[in-house]
Ligand binder design. Structure first.
Ligand SMILES: C[S@@+](CC[C@H](N)C(=O)[O-])C[C@H]1O[C@@H](n2cnc3c(N)ncnc32)[C@H](O)[C@@H]1O
Length: 207
């Protein structure tokens, strides 16, 4: 398993991210939250892909990870950005139970909270609304935009389909008065580990 240099990303939370990866590979696979083949690619495909968005989170801000599943991108982001208050939003009992176990074992409460709910039924507002592998962009924006504070952003971690999804979501974005830009993010040694679509009110992006 190839792994990146962790200290520059996780600082004094380096042991905690290693522990989280151990939990994912062990309990995450046993509980069926991650496929057994993912263990070999966990650092690049899951951890670096999740943490790439950390530079987009404002200092001392709030964030929600919609459809957090086994904690991606929320847990790696929380461990690399100790100034951010984060909610892991997940409707399924098994997954939210797994997430609460991770939060307890890594000592992340009360800064990181698990909430068992669907995005459509959640009524808090956040500076950043994150989602990875949850739904196509048009649908996702409909769920996530109401959770965004007036100055806030939606950050959708996507793959190679990002530009096409932005095009497909055009009518929804126009209706909601939003613009989307596609950002390629990564580390010096691991360039372009994530494609993030940032959605903001029209006129606020570089798009
Ligand atoms: C494919 S998993 C992705 C999990 C994780 N984000 C990742 O990247 O590994 C999609 C997750 O979205 C959750 N989900 C589906 N519909 C949702 C909704 N309406 N609101 C919040 N979460 C939802 C599912 O329960 C599931 O955990």
């Amino acid at each position: 398993m190839t792994r990146p240099e962790l200290k520059p990303i996780f600082g004094d939370q380096t042991e905690a991210i290693e522990r989280y990866v151990d939990i994912l590979i062990d309990r995450g696979i046993a509980w069926g939250l991650l496929g057994p083949r993912e263990a070999a690619v966990i650092w690049q495909r899951h951890i670096l892909n999740s943490v790439a968005a950390r530079s987009l989170l404002p200092a001392d801000s709030t964030a929600v990870d919609v459809g957090s599943g086994a904690g991606l991108p929320g847990i790696p982001l929380a461990l690399s950005r100790p100034d951010v208050q984060l909610v892991l939003l997940e409707p399924l009992l098994r997954r939210s139970t797994f997430l609460q176990g991770v939060v307890d074992e890594l000592g992340l409460a009360p800064r990181v909270q698990v909430v068992r709910a669907r995005a459509e039924d959640h009524d808090r507002r956040y500076d950043s609304v994150l989602a990875r592998a949850v739904a196509p962009l048009g649908k996702l924006v409909g769920w996530c935009n109401p959770l965004r504070s007036a100055e806030g952003q939606v950050l959708a971690i996507k793959g190679a389909s990002a530009a096409r999804e932005v095009t497909d979501a055009g009518p929804v974005l126009d209706e909601l008065g939003l613009d989307a830009e596609v950002l390629l993010l990564g580390e010096p040694e691991w360039p372009e580990t994530a494609t993030v679509v940032r959605v903001l009110p029209t006129g606020s992006t570089g798009a």
